[in-house]
Design a protein around this ligand. Structure first.
Ligand code: PGA
Length: 253
């Protein structure tokens, strides 16, 4: 795992954009896993800037998003599809038919979950998965639990997640209670992973990724078992990290 601590959110976003751009330049038809939430907005703004300046071509990439709220259609203002469309996809030259989301509306959960896994496999697997992290350590909507759920699945959202996401809705009661998310194995199958975190509210969750202990109660702790993870965090999110097992780390500043 590589840890990069930046001075602030802006530097974190710029460095993240550099990593994504390098991936796309090295492999123009890369499969990129995208994440929603506030954290990657700066990264997406940087990528849009690169596109506008003619520095980066997204025309051959394939995208898979981590998750979607159950019960929200693609057109719903709070759907993750809409979020990605408004904050990135409509502003770059990604091809519509190469954009993938788990559906928010379905009748047969099992069928749509296994179809999503098949689509990822048919695309050749994810080259670079971008992740945020919840204050409770969730990745995608893999919430703290006694065990990990491996493949794409439907999940009941944790109370902390509903609280945290209520800011995007008029009322907390409007926040969907369930989501469909890639599982931990779907994420761990990505060839490389870029986890972003900023601000002191993420410091505790981030510190758990660095303890050497893998615990489904802090879902992101599984990332310690992945061979190519970059943990790109600002100073505030890094402040509780104790570099246990430091020899295994490459720490850039
Ligand atoms: P945030 O959410 O980027 O809005 O903090 C991250 C997450 O819940 O994964």
């Amino acid at each position: 795992m590589q840890l990069i601590v930046t001075e602030d959110y802006r530097e974190m976003s710029q460095k993240a954009a550099q990593i994504v751009a390098d991936q796309i330049r090295n492999k123009p038809d890369a499969v990129i896993g995208f994440a929603t939430g506030s954290t990657p907005l700066g990264l997406y703004a940087e990528l849009i800037g690169m596109y506008d300046r003619g520095e980066l071509d997204f025309s051959r990439i394939t995208t898979f998003n981590l998750d979607e709220y159950v019960g929200l259609s693609r057109e719903h203002p709070q759907s993750y599809y809409r979020f990605m469309w408004e904050n990135l996809f409509s502003k770059i030259n990604v091809q519509n038919e190469r954009i993938h989301f788990p559906p928010g509306i379905f009748t047969d959960a099992e069928a749509v979950c296994s179809r999503y896994e098949e689509e990822i496999a048919e695309a050749g697997g994810i080259d670079l998965q971008i992740l945020g992290i919840g204050t409770n350590g969730h990745i995608g909507f893999n919430e703290p639990d006694e065990t990990y759920t491996l493949a794409t699945h439907v999940v009941e959202l944790a109370e902390e997640t509903i609280e945290a996401n209520a800011r995007f809705f008029h009322d907390k009661a409007e926040v969907p209670r369930r989501a469909i998310t890639m599982g931990v194995k779907s994420i761990m199958n990505a060839r490389s992973i870029l986890l972003l975190a900023n601000g002191k509210s993420k410091a505790e969750a981030v510190s758990h990724i660095c303890t050497g202990v893998v615990d489904p109660k802090v879902p992101a702790s599984i990332l310690q078992l992945h061979p190519h993870v970059t943990l790109l965090v600002d100073r505030e999110a890094a402040r509780l990290i104790e570099m246990k097992g430091e020899a295994a780390w490459s720490h850039s500043r």
